[in-house]
Design a protein around this ligand. Structure first.
Ligand SMILES: Nc1nc2c(ncn2[C@@H]2O[C@H](COP(=O)(O)OP(=O)(O)OP(=O)(O)O)[C@@H](O)[C@H]2O)c(=O)[nH]1
Ligand SMILES: [Zn+2]
Length: 473
C-alpha cells in the first residue's frame, strides 16, 4: 500500500470513529440523568442542560449514523430530498435534486443552495463535489437547504477533487495542438492510476486527413487503446461520445486547447440528445449559475481569464449524467503513482504479465527494468516512456523521503520492506499513538519548498504542489 493511501485510510477511520465516541459520552449523560430521576422520583427537577444537549445530539445522530449506504432509501419528509453536489463555493454547496411537481409524474431537476450541517463538519465528514447527499430543511420557494448526511462514495479522485466518478475522458486533439506521445502517456498513466474506467478521444478530426487518423488509430491500438475520433466543429463522433457519457459522471482531462470546454458545451446543447421523459436534469430550475458555466460567459462575467478559478463543477447532461468541468486541471501530477504501481498503468505491461501464466518475472515486485528473468521485454513503443516516468517517480519519492528525513526526522523511520526495498514509515507519536496526519506531511513538503530560496517552481501550475494543496484543503 502506498504511503498516501494508508494515510487517507487512517483519516477515514478517524472520522468514522469520532461519532460513536461522542454518542457514547452523551449516552452516559442520559443514563446518569435517568438514575438521578429514579433515586428522586418526587423531585421534578428541570432537565439539566446536559440532558437537553444529550437528547438533541441523539436526535441529530439518529439521522446521521452511519454514513448512508448507496442503496439506502431513507424515508423522506416534505422538506427532504436526495441529490448530487454539483459545485462548492465558499460555505455553500449547489445540490441538484429531483422535483416531482409535474402532473405526469415526470422529474425535473432543482438546484438547492445548501450549507453543510455543522455536525458533519464537527465529525470531519467531508462533502465533495459529486457526493450523493441527503438534503433537509428545504425551502422549496427560496431553494435553500442543508446537507444532512452523505452517502458512501464509489470512488474519489483528488486532482481535481470529485467523488463518485464513473469514467475519465482523456481528450486530445489531432491538430492545434498535435498529440505529443509522451504527454499523452502521462495523461493516460494518471487516469489509469485512479482505477476508474477511461475513454480516450481525439478531437478536431476535420483538420487532418484520413492517413493521419489511421496511423494514430493503429499506434494507439498498439498501446492498448481504442480511441473515439471526433470533431466538435463538424459534429463527427459526438453521438458516440454522448452515448458513452450517458448516465455517467465523467471527468474530462486533457491539455490546454484540445477542445474540452467546446466539447462540454456541444454535448450539453446537442438538440438531438434532448430525449423526453426521464431527463430530469435539464432544465435545472433556479440555476442561473449553471447557465453561466459556459465557455464565453464565464470569462465575460468575471472579467478575468476564463480559467483563473480552480473550482470544479458538475454540469448536468441533457440525457442524464454529469460532466465535470475542470478548469486549470490540465497537468497530471502522477502523485498517486508509485514505482511499484507504475507498471500496472501500462496496458502493454499488463498484457505481458497476464499472458505468461507460467513464465513469471523472477522477482515478485520486479520493476521490469530489463533484469535477467524479467518477462517484460523492451520491444514496444512506450518502453522508454516507462523508464522515464519511473525515473521521475523515483526522484519524487526520494524527495519526499528527504523532506521527511531531514526536516521532521522524528516523524519517519525507515523500514526494510519485502525484497529488501526500503520504505519510509511515519513514526507513531509516543504519547498519542497516532500517526502524523497526511495534511501535516503535505504541509511539511510545502514548507520545505517555501524555505528554498532557489525555488523556481511555478506554484500555481505545478501539478504536484496543486495536488498537495487540494488534499490539504
Ligand atoms: N478546428 C477545430 N477547432 C476546435 C474544435 N474543438 C474546439 N476547437 C477550438 O479549439 C480552441 C480551444 O478550445 P477549448 O474548448 O477552449 O479548449 P480547452 O481544452 O477547454 O482548453 P483549456 O480551456 O485551455 O483547457 C477553441 O478555439 C475552439 O474553438 C474542433 O473540433 N475543430
Ligand atoms: Zn519484470
Amino acid at each position: 500500500m502506498s504511503f498516501a493511501s494508508s494515510f487517507s485510510m487512517l483519516r477515514h477511520r478517524a472520522a468514522a470513529s469520532a461519532a460513536p465516541l461522542l454518542l457514547l459520552r452523551r449516552f452516559r449523560c442520559l443514563r446518569i440523568a435517568a438514575r438521578h430521576q429514579q433515586q428522586n422520583p418526587n423531585k421534578q427537577a428541570p432537565p439539566s442542560r446536559n440532558l437537553l444537549k444529550a437528547k438533541q445530539t441523539l436526535k441529530e445522530f439518529s439521522s446521521l449514523a452511519p454514513v448512508l449506504s448507496l442503496e439506502a432509501s431513507p424515508p423522506l419528509t416534505e422538506s427532504q430530498a436526495i441529490g448530487v453536489v454539483a459545485a462548492s463555493q465558499a460555505n455553500f454547496m449547489r445540490v441538484i435534486v429531483p422535483e416531482n411537481d409535474e402532473p405526469s409524474g415526470s422529474f425535473r431537476g432543482v438546484e438547492i443552495l445548501c450549507v453543510v450541517r455543522a455536525l458533519l463538519k464537527k465529525i470531519k465528514r467531508r462533502v465533495m463535489v459529486g457526493d450523493k447527499v441527503l438534503v433537509g430543511s428545504i425551502d422549496w420557494v427560496d431553494r435553500r437547504g442543508m446537507i444532512e448526511n452523505v452517502f458512501h462514495r464509489t470512488s474519489e479522485i483528488l486532482d481535481p477533487p470529485v467523488a463518485n466518478v464513473d469514467q475519465l475522458l482523456v481528450l486530445f486533439s489531432l491538430e492545434q495542438p498535435k498529440p505529443e506521445a509522451f504527454t499523452l502517456t502521462r495523461f493516460l498513466v494518471e487516469a489509469e492510476s485512479t482505477g476508474i474506467p477511461l475513454t480516450l478521444a481525439l478531437n478536431k478530426t476535420e483538420l487532418v486527413d484520413n492517413e493521419i487518423i489511421s496511423s494514430w488509430k493503429a499506434r494507439l491500438r498498439s498501446w492498448g487503446y481504442e480511441p473515439v475520433f471526433c470533431s466538435v466543429e463538424s459534429g463527427h463522433g459526438l453521438d458516440l461520445l454522448g452515448f458513452k457519457l450517458r448516465d455517467q459522471t465523467t471527468v474530462i482531462v486533457g491539455p490546454s486547447g484540445v477542445g474540452k470546454s467546446s466539447l462540454i458545451n456541444a454535448l450539453r446543447s446537442n438538440p438531438s440528445n434532448a430525449a423526453e421523459g426521464e431527463n430530469w436534469f435539464e432544465p435545472v430550475l433556479g440555476s442561473k449559475w449553471l447557465e453561466d458555466q459556459r465557455v464565453g460567459e464565464v470569462s465575460t462575467r468575471s472579467g478575468r481569464g476564463k480559467h483563473t478559478t480552480r473550482h470544479v463543477s458538475l454540469l448536468p447532461l441533457s440525457e442524464g449524467g454529469f460532466l465535470a468541468d475542470t478548469p486549470g486541471f490540465n497537468q497530471p501530477s502522477l502523485l498517486k503513482v508509485t514505482k511499484q504501481s507504475l507498471a500496472q498503468t501500462f496496458p502493454e505491461i499488463r498484457k505481458m504479465l497476464s499472458a505468461s501464466e507460467i513464465e513469471k518475472c523472477s522477482f515478485n515486485n520486479c520493476l521490469h527494468l530489463g533484469e535477467p528473468g524479467c518477462i517484460v521485454k523492451g520491444d514496444w513503443e512506450r518502453y522508454s516512456y516507462y523508464f522515464q516516468l519511473l525515473d521521475e517517480i523515483r526522484i519524487r519519492e526520494e524527495f519526499q523521503l528527504r523532506t521527511f528525513g531531514t526536516k521532521r526526522e522524528g516523524d519517519v523511520r525507515l523500514k526494510m520492506g519485502d525484497m529488501g526495498v526500503q520504505q519510509a514509515e511515519p513514526r507513531l507519536e509516543p504519547k498519542k499513538h497516532r500517526r502524523q496526519s497526511r495534511k501535516r506531511i503535505n504541509q511539511s513538503i510545502l514548507d520545505e519548498l517555501d524555505d528554498d530560496d532557489d525555488n523556481l517552481l511555478d506554484e500555481e501550475n505545478d501539478p504536484i504542489l496543486r495536488a498537495l494543496r487540494n488534499e490539504n484543503s
